[in-house]
Design a protein around this ligand. Structure first.
Ligand code: NAP
Length: 674
């Protein structure tokens, strides 16, 4: 029975009745599934996303959204085998599908965990410290991020039907924006199976995610200024979509991840006996053969010192000879297939274009298997790459790469730049000067630079692996987009607004104390209040303590910190920062703790760190310090028994001058839930 793919819209599965396209198997070109979006009213889909999905998501805090992602990830993890089985039809071996399926699930887990740790249990983010805008502390600025009220339209490429959907969904969902996602037709049956599992998890809030199988109709024409489009695919399609009049007219944020002619550069120090050379051959081979080279991050341009060209060519020939495409479901196959025979035709056409400037030194375009979408690796070599253009512009999206020799480091840099912007470049060297020149020569053209040498080779994560913690994207030809990069990826889906107001107003608006805001000095020591009893702005002002020379010497001898600025009057006075012997900064922190601490057991459980510490003015023997400690922010922890409190701490001298400022981080117990 033919598998007719369904869309998931307005909280229900929808099956079209007309307009079907066949999706063919990479293995034998039989019909795997039929796809059509005919009959979907995209205005209603957007309406549902905004009215139901957006409203539901914006009610949830970051932590609640993170919990949903985790629940979905757990369900996917428990049921992923069916995705692997289906993916064989796309030409992917089990090893090829791991970054797509497990990689996607890991990305959900990673985002869920980061959001729990790095974002507040709130619906908005207070970004960075407040900016002082007035002399007398009555007017300040503060950036915040709020959820946009639109919808995120995600359009994905065929090569990562699972990871592509999930890595885009995670940050958008956390940002509180509903998603309408469209998989590429060629592998939509894997994405549909993934979507079924997501719905089956029961975790998804209504309207938060809709799934379109087939064309997007007039979806893009209906978007407005609160919406965001995130596209992954070819430069050609990106260009077409970016020209949509509604995208231009409404200044719709458009994130594009396009094709990219990523380079691998062998250092001039890395001769054939070096560990860097061996890793270079290994990585280039892997990038040409994994997923049959259908990865946006795959190495397309192999840039090597002229003197090592022959060594590299013969090592690559030998290493590639171990890879013969075969049935992806068979454990015997060393390499999978292209996604379709159509894709293979496109790749062959691209190779023919490359041949105008480069010759094939390994592989062949003869004897192509007509039944499956197999293509053996093809290695080309260009003798004058600096004069060439096609090899730096044509992406053969398959197991294809071109060797390009260079004579000097400057030439290597120039060659890399000819790609006009890439997702990633990898550099194989143990030479500091080469590494330095390459980094600063090509960083502006890349989203990621990946170094492998003898120190990192065993644990390096792979040229071709985008990671949730690091930016994925690249300038220019690569699309100019940025995805993931930890929490930054979430902020792409939010609106940044600068608030300008009195610190008192900011404190009330944001629920966290803004410097200069109201302070409530309570009779009871705030350390005697539990997490729920503490109020933002609760403050303790301590009595004074005079610092003596004995204190400084005692501290120096006790800790071993006998730095001359504390011990030698003449040497200290010669230092441009000190008037003479001064107290240790850590002595001030310790005395500050001694001034504000409440000694008996109570709700304050532990001090777990200090943030943003600055020593602002030296303290000399005879100076008297005191401390102000104010509750700045409270964050509930996952464990209901306690919460985290951030205190704004300021140490003053006898002239009310600030000598040190920092944020003190503590854990306080909570009242047991009734
Ligand atoms: P593609 O042909 O450009 O298609 C990409 C997506 O755009 C598909 O979902 C496609 O849907 C959709 N699309 C095409 N025309 C459209 C239109 N007029 N309106 C709305 N959507 C439209 O790319 P692909 O062949 O799937 O993927 C391969 C390319 O993607 C390669 O060039 C590769 O380098 C690039 N890629 C880049 C990254 C990255 O992160 N930079 C990652 C993966 C892949 P249909 O399939 O239904 O036509």
């Amino acid at each position: 029975m033919t598998n007719i793919l369904n869309s998931y819209i307005k909280g229900r599965w929808f099956q079209a009745e007309t307009g079907f396209k066949d999706i063919l198997s990479a293995i034998d070109s039989t019909v795997v599934a039929k796809i059509s979006s005919a009959g979907i009213h995209f205005g209603e889909v957007i309406d549902y996303a905004k009215k139901v999905g957006g409203a539901n998501l914006r009610k949830m805090t970051f932590h609640q959204r993170a919990d949903v992602l985790k629940k979905i990830a757990l369900h996917l993890d428990a049921n992923k085998e069916k995705l692997y089985t289906l993916a064989f039809q796309t030409g992917a071996t089990k090893r090829d599908s791991w970054p797509d399926i497990d990689g996607g699930i890991i990305t959900l887990f990673a985002y869920s965990s980061r959001a729990r740790k790095e974002l507040p249990d709130k619906t908005f983010v207070v970004e960075g410290p407040s900016e002082r805008l007035s002399k007398n502390q009555t007017f300040s600025g503060q950036h915040i991020l709020t959820s946009r009220e639109g919808v995120a339209v995600h359009i994905n490429a065929f090569n990562f039907p699972c990871w592509g959907l999930l890595e885009k969904l995670a940050p958008a969902f956390l940002a509180g924006i509903p998603v309408i996602t469209k998989p590429a037709t060629a592998t939509a049956y894997v994405a549909e199976a993934l979507m079924k599992l997501i719905v089956e998890s029961g975790a998804l809030p209504d309207g938060a995610l809709q799934f379109i199988c087939g064309d997007t109709g007039d979806l893009l024409d209906r978007l407005d200024g609160q919406d965001i489009v995130s596209f992954t695919g070819s430069a050609h399609t990106a260009e077409l979509l970016q020209q949509n009049p509604s995208i231009a007219r409404n200044a719709i944020r458009f994130i594009a991840e396009r094709d990219s002619l990523n380079a691998a550069i062998l250092g001039s120090d890395a001769n054939k006996d070096s560990p860097e050379f061996a890793n270079f051959i290994k990585e280039v081979t892997r990038e040409m053969t994994a997923k049959a080279g259908q990865k946006c991050t795959a190495i397309r341009r192999i840039i090597v010192p002229q003197a090592y060209l022959d060594d590299v060519t013969s090592a690559l020939k030998q290493s590639l000879s171990k890879y013969i495409p075969g049935n992806p479901a068979s454990k015997e196959s060393s390499m999978g297939l292209l996604v379709s025979k159509k894709q293979r035709n496109d790749v062959i056409q691209a190779i023919r274009q490359l041949q105008s400037e480069a010759e094939i030194v390994y592989g062949s375009l003869e004897n192509i298997d007509d039944k499956s979408a197999a293509l053996s690796p093809v290695l080309l070599s260009c003798s004058e790459p600096l004069k060439a253009t096609v090899i730096h512009h044509v992406e053969a999206f398959g197991p294809v790469a071109t060797l390009m020799p260079y004579k000097t480091t400057e030439e290597a840099i120039e060659l890399v730049k000819k790609g006009e912007g890439s997702l990633v470049a990898s550099i194989y060297t143990y030479d500091d000067r080469f590494a330095n020149a390459l980094t600063f020569g090509i960083a502006p053209y890349h989203g990621r630079l990946y170094f492998i040498d003898r120190d990192s080779k065993d644990e390096a994560t792979g040229h071709g692996s985008p990671l949730p913690a690091l930016v994925h994207g690249g300038p220019g030809r690569a699309g100019g987009g940025e995805e993931m990069a930890g929490i930054r990826g979430i902020f792409h889906y939010m609106q940044r607004t600068a608030l300008q107001a009195s610190p008192k107003r900011l404190t009330k608006l944001l629920g966290e104390w803004s410097y200069g805001g109201d302070q409530t000095v309570t009779e009871e020591h705030p350390f005697r209040r539990d997490f729920d009893g503490l109020e933002i702005g609760d403050t303790i002002r301590t009595k004074e303590r005079t610092i003596t020379l004995d204190d400084i010497e005692h501290f120096a001898n006790f800790t071993g910190d006998t730095f001359y600025a504390h011990m030698d009057e003449e040497a200290a006075a010669a230092n441009p920062f000190f008037p003479g012997r001064v107290a240790h900064g850590y002595l001030l922190l310790s005395f500050a703790a001694g001034l504000f601490v409440d000694p008996l057991p109570g709700p304050l459980l532990a001090n777990y760190g200090i943030d943003n510490l600055r020593f602002l003015k030296p303290v000399s023997p005879g100076d008297a310090i005191h401390v102000r400690l104010t509750v700045k922010e409270k964050r509930a922890a996952r464990n209901p028994e306690y919460g985290e409190v951030r205190w704004d701490a300021e140490i003053f001298n006898q002239n009310e001058e600030t000598v040190a400022r920092y944020n003190l981080l503590t854990m306080s117990s909570r009242q047991p839930a009734l």
